[in-house]
Every structure is written in C-alpha cells, then in structure tokens.
Write a protein that binds this ligand. Structure first.
Ligand code: FMN
Ligand code: SF4
Length: 518
C-alpha cells in the first residue's frame, strides 16, 4: 500500500520550513523509487513540533518533528521500515500536550485534507447541517441559545441571542458576516481554522443563514493572511461544486452562498461596525449604535456578525446537541475555548480546552514557561487591549467573568508570555501608542487622549512631576474608558493601568498611591 504522509500547509508550519520538508520527502521517495501519497493538511496547533511529519500506520498516525529537509530520507526509511528515528514522537494522538485537550471546534484541524469535502464528511463534517435541516430555523436558534455559546471575537455576547434578534427582524435581504480580521496580538486560531478546516466555517455560516433567513455571506479576512485567503477561496469553490453552497443547500429548499473579502489592514476594521463600513467600500470608521447590525447591518440590512470561532463551533453544537456543548466549562462560560499560547511560551500553539483551566496551568504547565527558561514575569491575555497579569493572578480561571472581576479580559483567547526582561513601562507606553496609531478618529477621548497618554507616560518614566502625572494618567484612562465610542479607546486603559498597578517599579520609584493600593 502506498504510504500516506501528512505535512501541514498552515502558514505557521510553512514559516518554519514545511514546504521544504515536503519537497525533500518527495525527492527522497523518488530516489528510493517508492511511491508516497503526500497530503498537505492544516496544523494540529502543536507549533513547537512544526514542521510535523505524520505517517499513517495500523495503530494511528506516528509523527516526526520538528522535521528538517536533511532528515527527510531518514524519516522516510523509518516510516517504510517501521524503525525508530531520533525525531520520532510516537503516536501523535498520544502526545500528552494534544491528549489533554478537548477538541470540539478543532476536531479535524491537522487531520483532514482541507480541500477535500469527502475527507470532511469522512470525519463527521456536515452532520451539523443535516441535523439543522431536520430542526428548521427556529429550533436551530434555540439549540445555539441552549449551548451557551458566547462570541469568541472578544465581547462574549451570546451567539444564540444575536441570531434570535436577526431571525426576528424583517428584511428583504439578510447577511451572515464572518469576522476573520483576527487583529489581536498572539492569536491565530481563526487562521488555523480557515487553513486547516475551512468547511467547518462554511458549514457554520450555512447553518447561521438557514437559522436567520440569510442567503448571502461574507468572510472578511485580514490582508495579512494570504494563505487563509487562498484556502477559503479554494474551499468555497469546492463547497459550491459539492452542494454545500448554492441555490439548494444539501438538496434542501434553502439557498446560501458566500464569498471572501480581503480586509483593509487596520486593527479597528475588526470592530464590527467598522468592518461593515469597510465591506461596503468605505474607510473603516466605527458607526454609532443603535442601530445594531442585527437590525441594520451590511447595506442597511439585518446582519449576523460573528467571529470565525463562534461560527466554526456551531456545527458540533448542532451535530451533538446544545446540551452536550453546554456540559463543558464553568459559570456562564460554556463549552470549550481554543486558547492560543504565544510570545515567549516554550510550548506555543493552540490548546483547546473547556473553560475553567487556570492561567497558571496554561502558562506554566501547558506552555512550559518561557523558551529561554527565564522566569515568567507577566502575561497579556486578550490581545492589545487586554490586561497584563502578574504571577500573583495566575490562579484566575479562564472564564469571562473571572477575568473581568480582576480587570482583565479573555478576548479572543490569546496569551502572550513575557520573561523577566520585560519593561512594563514600555509595554504601557506601547498600548497607548497602539491606540493612537489605530484610532479611527471618530471620538475625541481616543483620538486625542491616546497621544496625550503616550506623552504623560514618558513624563512619568522620566520622573517629571511623577505624582501629578500619575493623577493625570489615571484621569485620562477614566476618560478613555467611559467616554470612548468603542472598545479600542474604552479598553486601552486595561493594559496601561494593569502595568502600573502590578509592576509599579518599572515606572521609576514605586508610585506611592498605586503601590499602597496593592
Ligand atoms: C477595536 C476592535 C477590534 C476588534 N477586532 C476583532 C477581530 O479582529 N475579530 C473579531 O472576531 N472580533 C473583533 N472585535 C469584536 C467585534 O466588534 C464583534 O464583537 C465580533 O465580531 C462579534 O462576533 P462574536 O459575537 O462571534 O464574537 C473587535 C472589536 C474592537 C472594538
Ligand atoms: S474609541 Fe477610537 S477607534 Fe473607537 S470609535 Fe472612538 S476614535 Fe474610533
């Protein structure tokens, strides 16, 4: 039998040489005169082992990693002869880092051929759509409400409630817009889905369309994701040919079609109303709400806007039931969260698990601390608007409310790890500067306040009237927090104030007022 060898085409794997490894394996096979079947998959998300080469055996897939082109011949011999190899990691499913995960949304990523609808179906794809068609629109919405799924884009708004609003709004045309702008630092889960299991996103969008009565969809993908754009466009074409999209979805009476739109390259274009402006061909400026996009969204029509992960979680919810999904998690954070370990994490990658795991478990145990073995000093959770947490807060469970109670946010699930060489005053300044650079300019606290904020932090660090300037900074942060139209201005105080509160020593002599508050 022709050996089947799996190598990721995911951008993260390609960045560390997966294409070269694939070419070297093909060349090594040609030199040996053996035929091999190379399948280019997405990534399993075990980035610290990429490029990961996997081969099918009677017991499951065995892996080799991080693979190099120079080892291609040796790995191939090991696969052909069933012999050990220094890069061998054994059965991939048994790697503890993978085995401890609960993969619901990422069940297929790294396993299937992302361009094959047959492979998708062979791995339980399309079951959610079949069940959705049995249930009908109203019951689909209720199933998603029951699942407790909350938006994975950052705000954590209940997805089912959003869908119920759009379903109940009358309009001659409704839309499903998928937010794939993924601008948060340390995040890559949306990209991984689009490159590794694009049909699950398409299926989720189709189900959303049926649920709310929308027949058209758009995936707004950031321009910095060329591989994901190619992967989604290819998958949409295959889905059309395979009957997952079109006038009669899966031979039903429902129509749904979709296309890719490339983002305009601004962080604020990920904010839902700014994204709609951009989709309509204008500059990405935030719209005042109301009206909500659910009532008047794209081209003034009722629109569901959801993050990639929210939509990609819908097929498993439909296939296995809202109650099944709801069973995972804690408090009001139900289901699983694809957490992304980044920055200086030793074992960086995608770790999907039920809500409730503590930050310490994620950073120390799963992430393995830092790659240079220096102590972890701080982590930023939830992207550039997320708070910096010190080790003292590592007992915080991964849960929307638990993070909010400690003035933090889980956002899109990205964790950026910093070692003890980090300068937290520089990080605070960077947060303000980021806001100044990315502000859409619509409201004054954000447009002007962020620039003044950078200046004030500079004065504090220089020791110029430190006490007075600390008061000004806190005042400015409150103005941003309560006076901004959207969360870009509204949440910039979180990284700034958390850096000041938890790491006062980096801002010169320990600021008395804040140090006392500790
Ligand atoms: C400045 C800013 C940037 C945002 N960027 C993204 C993004 O890149 N991706 C995303 O899904 N949501 C982003 N959001 C959140 C969206 O506005 C919106 O809440 C989300 O797309 C809704 O989908 P969900 O309910 O599935 O999370 C951003 C919000 C703000 C304020
Ligand atoms: S807070 Fe900033 S990004 Fe948001 S609307 Fe106001 S100016 Fe624009």
């Amino acid at each position: 039998m022709t050996p089947r060898i799996f190598i990721s085409r995911d951008a993260g794997a390609v960045a560390v040489g997966a294409d070269e490894v694939a070419a070297a394996v093909i060349a090594a096979a040609a030199r040996r005169g053996v035929a091999v079947d190379i399948v280019r998959t997405g990534s399993r998300g075990i980035y610290w082992l990429e490029p990961l080469v996997e081969a099918e055996t009677a017991n499951g897939r065995i892996g080799f990693g991080p693979a190099t082109p120079g080892e291609a011949g040796g790995m191939l011999d090991a696969i052909l002869d069933g012999k050990p190899h220094p890069l061998g990691v054994g059965l991939v499913e048994e790697i503890p880092w993978l085995k401890r995960q609960t993969r619901l949304t990422f069940a297929r990523s790294g396993i299937v051929d992302p361009r094959s609808l047959d492979d998708y179906r062979a791995h339980d794809g399309w079951l959610g759509l079949e069940r959705a068609l049995e249930l009908g629109p109203a019951a689909i919405v209720e199933e998603v409400v029951q699942s407790g799924l909350r938006g994975r884009g950052g705000a954590g708004f209940p997805t089912g409630i959003k869908w119920r609003t759009v379903a109940g709004t009358v309009g001659p045309q409704k839309y499903i817009v998928c937010n794939a702008d993924e601008g948060d630092s340390g995040t890559f889960a949306d990209r991984m889905i689009m490159e590794g299991d694009p049909f699950v996103l398409i299926e989720g969008m189709v189900i959303a369309g049926i649920a709310v009565g929308a027949t058209r969809g758009y995936v707004y993908i950031r321009s910095e994701y060329p591989h994901a754009i190619v992967a989604m466009e290819a998958a949409i074409a295959v889905a059309r040919r395979g009957g997952l999209l079109g006038e009669r979805v899966a031979d039903s009476g429902f129509a749904f079609d979709m296309e890719v739109r490339v983002g305009a390259g601004a962080y604020v274009c990920g904010e839902e109303t700014s994204l709609l402006e951009s989709l309509e061909g204008r500059r990405g400026i935030v719209r005042a709400k109301p009206p909500l996009p659910a009532h008047k969204g794209l081209f003034g029509r009722p629109t569901v806007i959801n993050n990639v992960l929210s939509l990609a979680s819908v097929p498993v919810i439909l296939a296995r039931g809202g109650a099944f999904y709801r069973d995972f998690g804690m408090g009001r954070s139900r289901g699983t969260m694809p957490i992304q370990l980044a920055g200086m994490a030793k074992y960086g990658g995608l770790f999907e698990t039920a809500f409730g795991v503590t930050l310490g478990e994620l950073v120390d145990d799963i992430g393995g601390g830092t790659w240079n073995d220096r102590p972890v000093r701080a982590v930023q959770v939830g992207g550039p608007l997320g708070a910096y947490f010190p080790r003292a807060l590592f007992d915080t469970p991964f849960d929307y409310e638990a993070f909010a109670a400690r003035d933090g946010l889980i956002g899109h699930g990205g964790i950026v790890v910093f070692d003890d060489s980090v300068d937290m005053a520089k990080q605070a300044r960077f947060a303000m500067e980021f806001c100044a650079l990315e502000s859409c300019g619509k409201c004054t606290p954000c447009r002007i306040g962020s620039t003044r904020g950078v200046e004030v932090i500079d004065r504090i660090v220089k020791g110029e009237k430190r006490e007075d300037n600390l008061v000004v900074l806190e005042d400015l942060c409150n103005t941003l927090k309560f006076g901004s139209l959207c969360a870009l201005g509204g949440f910039t105080p979180y990284p700034v104030m958390s850096a000041l509160t938890h790491f006062p020593e980096d801002f010169g002599a320990a600021p008395r007022r804040l140090a006392a508050a500790e």
